[in-house]
Design a protein around this ligand. Structure first.
Ligand code: PGA
Length: 250
């Protein structure tokens, strides 16, 4: 059985004070969440602050991005060993905002994924199609291309210990969620594509859905057989909403 996973992607939001309040609210509401794993991904500069609050809890810390380089003269970048050093266990790679706003391509994302793994971080690999790609009927082609870049570089077996997040770009931050069936179809496609090369990896990889998941729609999405959890943006900034989603996953 795959352990359900809910990851909160705080994106570029918050202050020291609000980050502290949010993490306290989440920790205080976790009592009933015994089965699902819950991860929080604050902005880099608040990782240590949030990490300190997480001491003694079951909640792992995650980052939102990582450099493909190990260390060195890369101004403004953050290295995987630094993330390890401040207590991260997870890192999001290839989020659509990175792909579309910062020009990250499949190859770079695959290199980030490989770097994260090399340093002992669990990557949360984001894949997903643009609205025009869905309308053109190329969703599977796009997702396959994004996934294959990672499989080619890091090997299919690596996915057994990694997380994939399917996030249709048209559903992110738009309030327009994929229907449970639309999401399930792509999740099943991703799992089948992995299974064609490794049944074991396909069975073990956790595939999260992301894109306007909220306290109201989480349960019906998470009920689908190939949806193992959620990557939550906007709703992860409100402790009560995030906890409702965690409970649904649980
Ligand atoms: P959203 O973001 O929940 O605000 O749509 C999801 C994400 O970008 O990971």
């Amino acid at each position: 059985m795959r352990q359900p996973l809910v990851a909160g992607n705080w994106k570029m939001n918050g202050t020291r004070e609000s980050a502290q309040l949010l993490i306290k609210g989440i920790i205080n509401g976790m009592a009933g969440v015994t089965r699902a794993e819950v991860v929080v991904c604050p902005p880099f500069v608040y990782l240590e602050l949030v990490g300190a609050a997480l001491q003694g809890t079951q909640i792992p810390l995650g980052a939102q991005n990582v450099s493909k380089e190990e260390m060195g003269a890369f101004t403004g970048e953050i290295a995987a060993p630094m993330l390890k050093d401040v207590g991260c266990q997870y890192v999001i790679v290839g989020h659509s905002e990175r792909r579309t706003l910062y020009g990250e391509g499949d190859q770079l994302v695959a290199e980030k994924y490989a770097r994260a793994r090399k340093e002992g971080l669990t990557p949360i690999l984001c894949v997903g199609e643009l609205l025009e790609e869905r309308e053109a009927g190329t969703t599977e082609e796009v997702v396959a291309r994004q996934l294959d870049a990672v499989i080619d570089l890091a090997g299919v077996a690596s996915l057994a210990e990694s997380v994939v997040a399917y996030e249709p770009v048209w559903a992110i931050g738009t309030g327009r969620t994929a229907t449970p069936q639309q999401a399930q179809d792509v999740h099943a496609f991703i799992r089948q594509r992995i299974a064609a090369q490794s049944k074991e990896a396909a069975e073990q990889v956790r595939i999260l859905y992301g894109g306007s998941v909220n306290a109201k729609n989480a349960a019906e999405l998470l009920r689908m057989p190939d949806i193992d959890g959620g990557l939550i943006g906007g709703a992860s900034l409100k402790a009560a909403d995030f906890l409702t989603i965690c409970q649904a996953a649980n």
